[in-house]
Design a binder for this molecule. Sequence first.
Ligand SMILES: C[S@@+](CC[C@H](N)C(=O)[O-])C[C@H]1O[C@@H](n2cnc3c(N)ncnc32)[C@H](O)[C@@H]1O
Length: 291
Amino acid sequence: MPSPLPYYDPLALVREPAAQLSPAGLYMDLMKRCLTRYGFDDDLTPVEPFPGWRRRLWPVIQRALDHQDWVVHRRLPFQPEYREDGRDWPYRAETMIGLRRLNNLQHCIERVVAEEVPGDLIECGVWRGGAAIFMRAALAALGDADRRVWVADSFQGLPKPNAKHEADRGDQHWTRETLAVPLEEVKRNFARYNLLDQQVRFLQGWFSETLPTAPIEQLAVLRADGDMYGSTIDILSSLYPKLSVGGFCIIDDYGAVPACRAATEDYRSEHGITETIERIDWTGVFWQRQA
Ligand SMILES: C[S@@+](CC[C@H](N)C(=O)[O-])C[C@H]1O[C@@H](n2cnc3c(N)ncnc32)[C@H](O)[C@@H]1O
């Protein structure tokens, strides 16, 4: 991405020597490493259905494999810089957003807690739940027992493109089975870290249906990770008005997905949002609401 945007150094947090971190800082550091499997042996990727006409063969192959209880994987050597940047889709890790974007999330949560910016935290588009799990972990680490973490997803992958959004024409995300993670699996992932409790609320369904009527009063951190124009505009339209002044809006796919960038720009210009957009890494951006 060309970079006229200001650059904020999201790795600064993770480069701090352990001895300089508080127990809360160490817990969050450990959570980020676990949730991304950073440096773990997470180097296998399941083979997905072949593209094109060979896709038709896949059910036959899959049945034969299932019969033997086999799974075919490709070995992709672990590349730390990919996991820092959230450029690969990990096999086991609970999040694909990488360390830099988790650091940015930590930065935003620490700021709203320290500055007493009112409101809950939400991630829209959670996949296996990793970033939302980190939200809950950060609240626990910072001793905040009041804010809720909202976890919004279809839990069945992305929608087919809506014809009213030209920018999504031909989008194929809805065909990616690996993006469909059931609600029960996400809950299990929260429970794996002992973080499934009353402070966590799930919103199951398409954003266009759940977000307009979600029982959320106010937000301090709004994290959008919906990969499409339609998903991003649905998130911003329903939730940006609930973001407190001083709160943070984070757009995960701004650099990687032109349609998502277009939705963000359209929403900002339509609503006169002029706060400076700061770059997190090759794709993520954020800004702090000033008015
Ligand atoms: C790239 S994944 C999110 C990655 C995740 N934030 C992480 O920490 O790894 C995108 C997610 O958005 C969800 N999603 C996208 N558009 C949606 C929509 N319109 N309604 C509901 N869920 C949607 C998909 O189901 C998927 O789980």
